[in-house]
Design a protein around this ligand. Sequence first.
Ligand code: PLP
Length: 283
Amino acid sequence: MVIKVSINGSTLPLDEARISPLDRGFLFGDAVYDVIKFIDAKAFMYDKHYWRITNSLDGLQFPENDWSFLLEDMRKLIHENGLENGMSLVYLQISRGAYEARSHEFPKEEIKPTIFLMATPCPQLKPKGLKLASRQDNRWGLCKYKTVNLLGNVLTKQSVVEDGNCNEVVLIKDGIALECSSSALAIIDPEGKVVTHPPADYMLPSISVMGMEQVCKNQGLDYVERPFTLDEVKSAGEVLVLSSVRDISQANILDGEKVGDKNPEILDKLQKGFADLVKSSLS
Ligand SMILES: Cc1ncc(COP(=O)(O)O)c(C=O)c1O
């Protein structure tokens, strides 16, 4: 089946979709994106996604706008692709737009942003037994904004795929384990606490981590935000890799050594609790 995508509100087959080569997303990576999970055409934790999208747009100093129409456009695209039953993902990208010059500073005149949406089935990824490797984080300092500037993520991910066929890369900054290339990271520490890094300019606020915090509250589990080292990941009870595509998944290999796999009860509570949360947080 031909995928239909949406550009600036018009739906068309993927191979007919066009944007200008002078689009600032293409020239400068001057664009924000997000990936949202839908079940039966209803979005998971959309209020948090909306906050992250608008926070990223504000961070890039996009002109003020009311973006509330986006959710309806996403739902429409899901239906137009026949994905209204079951799990799907919507990729959203908003660039500052195109104008007839290539110069670093923002255009003086108002230009229309380019809004691209794509809906695809959500892949079923394995929930346990992921293989990880660590690398130094070489990304810019404002990863709290979800921009399309992903070369640091791309190059480190590529190197661990080439080196050991790993599923994800753990990004390390000053000895601290932050997150992965396209997923968040958490551990269950030896005391059974669920630990994630606190929000910081240099890492993405993960919607799945926000969901996990909610699950911990519901299940009476301790949830702590504090930095943790690569050594702590290696000696953790469990190592968790989270994203809108993966939900909460478990890794058992890091840098070629066995890790985690020591706290199956808490892992099970988190995974089952998250599956329940997904069903009850749709809009
Ligand atoms: C760098 C990075 N960290 C964390 C995540 C997880 O975010 P979420 O749980 O909102 O999917 C992603 C997902 O795209 C990501 O790219």
